[in-house]
Design a protein around this ligand. Structure first.
Ligand code: A2P
Length: 340
């Protein structure tokens, strides 16, 4: 009989945590025991995923002894406090927060790009899962980088509220209802109204005027794909529930025509799905293509008319799936295939 593993999901009641459980079930991951963990207030809570009922336990009183893989998605403070406790008990941590991402000895993995670096988890017991916007952008541009060497990326994101968590999904829902019912709009999660609005701030402001979400795209592109690539991001929150969209503008070392780029992107092993027709609706959209998909979709591929070796594309993917839960489970699959 093939080996089965003890898995813990930390943040199991959250938007990403619940999707982690769903993806584990969808992929038929070989599970022996599945431990669902959240804060003390969720102790004993029942959650139902794909018609299976699970009971939530308090992380505070949980003993990681015997857990093979611990998937963390309960915020940086929780990872800071509990991830090392898990590794002390010989659990391997796959961390979806930004807490460990920039540490030199901790691998930051997008399986389609740098799965060869995963083995260095042995130094710390931790593997970091990248930021959702970075993951989908890098999967989309990797085949172009391989062919033509990307020198610079200019990117604007249009990010769904689910990236902030369940409380943000609720806030958008409540604000839409309040707007329709002509009631006062209350903003608690975001600094400004998110319903029928776009907010050019994700995460906190840094000293250089960029936000932390923007700098994550800079640091992570360099760490995962190529230190030499310069990135200029603007990250924006939009009133979409699931799926981030990105307008990506590449400056390449070698010129490529839009037709050749499309050939590369539509090749069987490109890792992306190309949806690119010059007709109404001939491009991917968050609420259409990616609500229930783990894939990265690319459209609007065209040469940049303002720059010598420029190429533009539109990239869409489900931020909770490929941007978070699915990427983490892909990492877990690599671990059990090669290392444990
Ligand atoms: P809980 O529901 O018990 O608060 P989201 O990203 O959707 O906001 O979800 C955050 C997740 O992180 C939830 O599962 C939440 O559990 C969990 N969480 C937050 N704080 C803690 C904590 N101190 N200990 C354990 N889990 C936590």
């Amino acid at each position: 009989m093939s080996k089965k593993y003890n898995i813990a999901v930390v943040g199991a009641t959250g938007a990403v945590g619940q999707m982690m459980i769903q993806v584990l079930l969808e992929k038929n991951f070989p599970i022996n025991n599945l431990y669902l963990l959240a804060s003390n207030k969720s102790e004993g809570k029942k959650i139902n995923i794909l018609d299976q009922e699970f009971t939530v336990h308090a992380l505070d009183s949980f003993n990681f002894n015997g857990v093979d893989i611990a998937l963390f998605s309960a915020g940086s403070d929780v990872s800071k406090k509990y991830a090392k406790e898990a590794t002390k008990n010989n659990s391997i941590v796959i961390d979806n927060t930004s807490f460990f991402r920039y540490e030199k000895d901790i691998p930051l993995i997008v399986p389609e790009i740098n799965s060869d670096q995963i083995g260095s988890y042995k130094l710390s017991g931790i593997i970091a899962n990248p930021n959702c916007s970075t993951i989908q952008m890098l999967v989309a541009i990797k085949p172009i980088h391989d062919a033509c060497n990307i020198k610079r990326i200019n990117v604007c994101t249009y990010q769904a509220v689910s990236g902030t968590g369940n409380n943000a999904i609720q806030e958008l829902n409540d604000q839409v209802n309040a707007y329709v019912d002509n009631k006062d709009i209350v903003s608690e999660v975001y600094p400004k109204q998110i319903a029928f609005n776009v907010i050019p701030q994700i995460d906190n402001f840094m000293e250089n005027g960029y936000t932390k979400e923007e700098m994550k795209m800079v640091w992570e592109t360099k760490k995962i794909m190529d230190e030499k690539i310069e990135v200029n991001p603007t990250t924006v929150r939009v009133p979409v529930f699931y799926g981030h969209s990105e307008a990506v503008h590449l400056e390449l070392e070698q010129k490529i025509s839009a037709d050749d780029a499309k050939k590369i992107l539509s090749a069987k092993n490109s890792g992306v799905i190309l949806v690119d027709e010059h007709k109404d609706g001939g491009y991917p959209c968050a609420a259409n293509e990616c609500e229930n998909s783990n894939d990265v979709f690319v459209g609007r591929v065209r040469e940049d008319i303002s720059c010598k070796n420029g190429l533009n594309m539109w990239v869409v993917s489900n931020n909770i799936r490929k941007g978070a839960a699915y990427n983490s489970i892909q990492i877990a699959e690599l671990l059990i295939k090669k290392y444990i």
